[in-house]
Write a protein that binds this ligand. Structure first.
Ligand code: ADP
Ligand code: GLC
Length: 485
């Protein structure tokens, strides 16, 4: 049987096998959509100890894949799953990936992250090197896979196998760069020429995301607005210089939503389903959650605001904490699901004690609760300081839960703000507690006028962010690289 793929995705998460956030969701949907559009695509990803294999069987297909210089004689095991027809290869090496978390514990990043992801990138390429033919495109994601384009850049000059392979990096969040001490550069096996300010060097450190930006044939990010924002010092996280140098190779492509997973009309986690044409059950979903969380029954008729996300400054959770007392004075209900910064976790838990029955906080990562909060809330909160794309607000639209969000990055590209006649939500310009509160007041005011509110809800539910459209944009960009897809 011929063994090769035209397009190979390399990424550190893929839903439903692994996920810490939106990256996992994107990998669970984009390659599969491309494959259904007829593209010959495969994914390579780590085999974490905590992989959710569910209904999918993993087969060991190579027990000793070498990883090459300077790693010899270290090898990887390669497993494979058939994910609805999409081949997914898993790189296994227990000492690197069989851990409780993916990248960090509460005490910080794993000390050997650099080594882990050098290993991962090299193993992916060695696995691809065993194919009968090289992939035409290697499409990598975020810093964990950032070294791949750097290796390709140097290898294709000397190894004819790679001569026609092109590379593309998608940046999902510029703030996570994989920045390490310079001495670790030696372990990568990259040639010394890569160590310069137009290469992998960043203020004396070894920067894996920068490697991807510097050496990919094309760079994309996950919304058009973020693609512009990251060229500025405010959002560039120090990489605005190299990004500006590469601006002609930079594209912004909006993410999509996987409506086979995120649609209240067929959601397997909801107590009952609903849709834009029959929305009555949304109230039942709300009632169900209020009961389960022992919340004030009168909230059934008052707005309940939902927040789901990593509890970090990026997501503006501190702004939410600041205004919670005022939201409570306004008689609203608030439900928060998230984990992250220990201080934010503690503050939120403490406030839950102060406002029993009106503020519910769940610290942790629970897929099913994320769906149920989307359905049960009336208004979705997303006060992000920056947001490359953001998927939760896209899901909230489909769940008939108009978002209140900053007008940054992908939030700006996905929400039509009130009072536009086509509005689907509410946005505010400054990531401050005052602007956020003002925007919530506006939403609550409209909520009190059911007819107007329902029009917005219905319009939000009908907004279409299906992956087919985004995937078609990716195909256009692949073609810019001369790849016939
Ligand atoms: P980011 O990738 O920056 O975290 P996105 O909005 O793109 O933000 O994607 C977040 C994804 O992670 C969504 O699928 C969301 O439901 C999920 N998520 C975030 N926090 C949690 C949590 N605590 N429990 C369950 N799912 C979560
Ligand atoms: C990142 C970003 C988020 C984006 C997701 C998927 O985690 O923070 O905005 O939606 O990646 O691309």
């Amino acid at each position: 049987m011929p063994f090769h793929h035209k397009v190979v995705f390399i990424a550190s998460e893929i839903y439903p096998f692994s996920k810490t956030g939106g990256l996992g969701d994107v990998l669970g949907a984009l390659p599969l959509t491309l494959s259904r559009m007829g593209v010959d695509v495969a994914v390579i990803t780590p085999f974490y100890g905590r992989l959710s294999t569910g209904e999918f069987k993993l087969r060991l297909i190579s027990s000793r894949c070498p990883v090459g210089y300077p790693w010899a004689p270290i090898t990887a095991e390669i497993y494979m799953a058939d994910y609805h027809g999409l081949p997914v290869y898993f790189i296994q090496r227990g000492e690197y990936f069989d851990r409780r978390f993916y990248y960090n514990t509460h005490d910080g990043d794993y000390f050997d992250n650099c080594e882990r992801f050098i290993f991962f990138c090299r193993a992916c390429l060695e696995w691809a090197r065993r194919m009968d033919m090289a992939p035409r495109l290697i499409h990598v994601h975020d810093w964990q896979a950032g070294l791949v384009p750097a290796f390709m850049h140097f290898w294709r000059q000397i190894d004819p196998f790679w001569r026609d392979t092109r590379t593309m990096l998608t940046i999902h969040n510029l703030a996570f760069q994989g920045r390490f001490a310079s001495r670790l550069f030696k372990e990568s096996g990259l040639p010394p020429e890569a160590w310069n300010m137009d290469g992998v060097e960043f203020w004396g450190d070894f920067n894996l995301l920068k490697a991807g930006i510097a050496y990919s044939d094309l760079v994309t990010t996950v919304s058009p607005t973020y693609a512009e924002e990251i060229l500025t010092t405010e959002y560039g996280c120090g990489l605005e210089g190299i990004l500006s140098k590469r601006r002609y190779a930079l594209r912004g492509i909006l993410n999509g939503a996987d409506y086979s997973v995120w649609d209240p009309g067929n959601d397997r986690y909801l107590p009952c389903t609903y849709s834009a044409s029959d929305i009555a059950n949304k109230a039942a979903c709300k009632q169900n959650l209020l009961d389960e969380m022992d919340m004030d029954p009168t909230l059934a008729n008052r707005p309940v605001l939902g927040f789901i996300g990593r509890l970090r400054r990026q997501k503006g959770v501190d702004l939410l904490i600041d205004i919670l007392p005022e939201l409570m004075r306004m008689g609203l209900g608030v439900v928060v699901l998230g984990e992250g910064n220990l201080e934010f976790e503690a503050q939120l838990m403490e406030m839950m004690e102060t406002y029993p029955g009106r503020l519910y906080v769940r610290i942790g990562y629970t897929e099913d609760l994320a769906h149920r909060i989307q359905a049960a809330s009336d208004i979705f909160l997303m006060p992000s300081r920056y947001e490359p794309c953001g998927l939760t607000q896209i899901y909230a639209l489909r769940f008939g839960t108009p978002p209140v969000a900053t007008n940054r990055g992908g939030l700006k590209d996905t929400i039509v703000p009130y009072p536009d006649p086509q509005c689907t939500g509410f946005t505010f310009p400054e990531a401050t507690a005052e602007s956020f509160l003002q925007s919530i007041r506006q939403a609550v005011d409209v909520f009190s006028r059911p007819e107007e509110w329902n029009t917005i809800v219905h319009r939000a539910m009908r907004a279409d962010f299906s992956w087919e459209r985004s995937a078609a944009r990716y195909l256009e960009v692949y073609r810019e690289l001369g790849i016939d897809v």
